[in-house]
Design a binder for this molecule. Sequence first.
Ligand SMILES: O=C(O)C(=O)Cc1ccccc1
Length: 284
Amino acid sequence: MQDKPFVVAFLGPLGTYSHQAAYDRFGSSVHYRECRTITDVFNAVASKAAHAGVVPQENSTFGSVIETYDALREQGVGFIRGEVVLEVQHCLLVRRGVKREDIQCIKSHEQALGQCRGFLAQNFPSASLEKMASTAAAAEAVLTSPNCAAICSRLCATVFEGLEILFKGIQDRNSNFTRFYVLTATQDSELPCPATTHTRCLIRLSSRRENVSDRPAISQLLAALNMHVSRLDRRPQLESPVPFHDVYFAELERGDSTSWTLDIEHAIERVQASGGQVELLGIW
Ligand SMILES: O=C(O)C(=O)Cc1ccccc1
């Protein structure tokens, strides 16, 4: 009898950058599960409908992927086990035969629209911009919207028959990379070829005390952490009774320490002792 296949969830449909990143990490020996949104990828992993998931986390031109951080704000959405960095070269795709002057609307994921803002302002100043769940979802929608174009990868011209490439390399910065997180349900869930040495981790930080006067500032929490922070993100904490009480996401990078996991545990204890709330969200 055959073992159950390892299932990897990603933001679909086929042809997204997330699909390419997932394939770069897991190759052809796993089953892939397309999800409609990034939140659905988290849900597929948390509910064990998929063994692993791949979600976009940040882009070198446009910055953080907000939907990913909003998912990471919730409890029990998964544990980050790895990262994939993908070079992203966007194309403008139309239904075959559609001319540049026919285009009235441009569809894509908000990240792709943001990464091509200059190109769009210069070449399509009066086109309306429409946010879609993913770049490939935009490509698929263009099949039935002749006056629209999609920003997506050139792969979509192969995936969706009837589309053609009008422009290539339309991102505002030639050097354009997106980083993806690989997640599983828990820290010790099964994962093909897991990393043997860990060099990064992600923690979620917030102050515990709701009382405004007593609340430790982020600077105090980071001082208590006393670790090498390589990246810091911030989102509103929705359950807080006070406004502008944020939750922070800090990526920590290993120095030359030989006891990295122990260092993290001690750092978490220090933050808790200084009035902070901390959750380890990933180690890879
Ligand atoms: O929509 C996609 O293809 C995604 O994977 C999200 C995204 C969009 C633009 C750049 C990188 C990732």
